[in-house]
Design a protein around this ligand. Structure first.
Ligand code: IMP
Length: 388
C-alpha cells in the first residue's frame, strides 16, 4: 500500500521569522555571510567556501560567463549551463577564469568581497549530466572549473549515484554536487554516493510546471526542513557535513532568509538572476517598462538535449514555460539590496553567522488572515481625485 506522509507540504509564504534578542555586537556590518559549498569534516576544511550564500541556476537563460563574473565578484558562484558542446562549456569556464575575471581588475580593491581561487582568479562552477560526464568532467577540469553539479529534476536515481561515484573516484579533488531531492532519504542516498553538496527542490521553480504535468514535487519549505534534518543526522553518524542548497521558488527577498533559517547552507536562483543585464535573455520594452526573457530548461525553447531524447525531436510534453521577468538592471546593485535585507533580518534574529541563524531561528506558521495583515493596508494612490 502507498505510504501517506501525514505532514502537509508547505512553502515559504506560509512562514515568518520571530525576532530574537539582538546583542549590541550584532549589526549589519558584523554579519558574516560565508558558508561552505562543499563537504567537510573536523579534519578537512571545505574545498570551496562561498563568501555570500548565492548561486545562479544551471540554465541557458541565466548562467552566462558575464553573469558568473559579476556574481563571483560579489562573493557567490554561478554554475555555467551544460546544454552546449563540451568544448563550448569549457571555453565559457576559461572566459571566467582567464578573461575579464583575471589580472589587475580583480586585485584593485573594487570587489573586496569577491570569490577567488588560490591564484586570485574568480571562481566558477559548471553543470554536468549523467550522460557524457566521462568526457565533460575532464575538459571542465582542464579549463579550471572550481565546482561541478549534476543537473537533474530528479536526482534520486542509480544513474546519478553511479556518476557521482565515478567523478569522486577519478577526480577526487573537485567538489561535485548532486540533486535535486526533496526528502532525507534521497539526500542520504546521494551523500553516501559521494555528493559534496546536495540541491533541494522539485517543482517549485518559477518557470516550472513539473507538478502540473507529472504530479511530482514537494513544497520547498517542507523539503528544506526535511533534508536539513537528514544532513545533521548524516554528520552525527559519519562526521561529514554535506551542505544543502535550496534551489528554486525564491520569489521574494525574504524567502532567501527563510530558506537559510530553515537549514539551507546556500541558495540557487534562476528568476532572480534572469532579471539582470548580465543574464542571457533579451531585454524587451513593454508599455509597463522593460522585461527580460526567461525560459525553463524543460521548455521547448531550451531544446535541452538531456530532456529532448534522441535526435532532438520535440518534447513529448514540456516541464517548463517560456516567459518574461521584470528587468532589474545591473547584478551588483540588485544583489546588494537583497543582501542588505538578509543582513538586517539576521540582525533582528540576533545572528551574526549563518550557522547561528539556522540554529537559533524561530519560525511560525501564518494563517491566511495574518498573511493579509503583512501587506500594506492603505490606499497607495498618490494622485488625489479632483474636486467636482
Ligand atoms: P527559480 O529561481 O524559481 O526561477 O527556479 C530555478 C530552478 O528551477 C532551477 O535552478 C532548476 O532547478 C529549476 N528549473 C529550471 N528549468 C526548469 C524547467 O523547465 N522545469 C522545471 N524546473 C526547472
Amino acid at each position: 500500500m502507498a505510504q501517506l506522509i501525514a505532514e502537509v507540504s508547505r512553502t515559504f509564504n506560509e512562514f515568518l521569522l520571530l525576532p530574537n534578542r539582538t546583542r549590541t555586537d550584532c549589526s549589519a556590518a558584523t554579519v558574516d555571510l560565508s558558508t561552505p559549498l562543499s563537504r567537510y569534516t573536523a579534519d578537512e576544511a571545505p574545498a570551496v567556501e562561498l563568501r555570500s550564500p548565492f548561486t545562479s541556476a544551471i540554465m541557458q537563460a541565466v548562467s552566462t560567463p558575464d553573469l558568473a563574473i559579476a556574481l563571483a565578484r560579489n562573493g557567490g558562484l554561478s554554475f555555467l549551463h551544460h546544454n552546449q558542446p563540451v568544448e563550448d562549456q569549457a571555453a565559457a569556464v576559461r572566459r571566467v577564469k582567464n578573461g575579464a575575471g583575471a589580472g589587475p581588475s580583480e586585485g584593485d580593491g573594487r570587489h573586496p568581497g569577491r570569490l577567488v581561487d588560490a591564484a586570485g582568479r574568480l571562481r566558477v562552477g559548471a553543470g554536468i549530466n549523467t550522460h557524457d560526464y566521462r568526457e565533460r568532467v575532464p575538459a571542465l577540469l582542464e579549463a579550471g572549473v572550481d565546482a561541478l553539479c549534476f543537473d537533474s529534476s530528479d536526482g534520486y536515481s542509480d544513474w546519478q549515484a553511479q556518476a557521482l561515484t565515478w567523478v569522486k573516484k577519478h577526480h577526487p579533488e573537485i567538489p561535485v554536487g548532486g540533486g535535486n531531492v526533496v526528502d532525507g532519504e534521497a539526500f542520504t542516498f546521494l551523500a553516501e554516493a559521494g555528493a559534496d553538496f546536495v540541491k533541494v527542490g522539485v517543482g517549485g521553480g518559477s518557470i516550472c510546471i513539473t507538478r502540473d504535468q507529472k504530479g511530482i514535487g514537494r513544497g520547498q519549505a517542507s523539503a528544506v526542513l526535511d533534508v536539513a534534518a537528514a544532513r545533521d543526522a548524516f554528520r552525527e553518524r559519519t562526521g561529514a557535513y554535506v551542505p544543502i542548497c535550496s534551489d528554486g521558488g525564491l520569489v521574494h527577498d525574504y524567502h532567501v532568509a527563510l530558506a537559510l533559517a530553515m537549514g539551507a547552507d546556500f541558495v540557487m536562483m534562476g528568476r532572480f538572476f534572469a532579471r539582470f543585464d548580465q543574464a542571457a535573455g533579451a531585454k524587451v520594452a513593454t508599455r509597463d517598462g522593460f522585461v527580460k526573457e526567461y525560459w525553463g530548461e524543460g521548455s521547448n525553447r531550451a531544446r535541452n538535449w538531456q530532456r529532448y531524447g534522441q535526435g532532438g525531436r520535440e518534447l513529448v510534453f514540456e516541464e517548463g514555460v517560456d516567459g518574461f521577468v521584470p528587468y532589474a538592471g545591473d547584478l551588483t546593485e540588485g544583489l546588494a539590496l537583497t543582501v542588505a535585507k538578509l543582513r538586517t533580518t539576521m540582525v533582528s534574529c540576533g545572528s551574526t553567522t549563518l550557522p547561528e541563524f539556522r540554529s537559533t531561528a524561530r519560525l511560525t506558521l501564518v494563517s491566511d488572515q495574518s498573511f493579509q495583515e503583512s501587506h500594506a493596508n492603505v490606499d497607495l494612490r498618490t494622485t488625489p481625485a479632483t474636486a467636482s
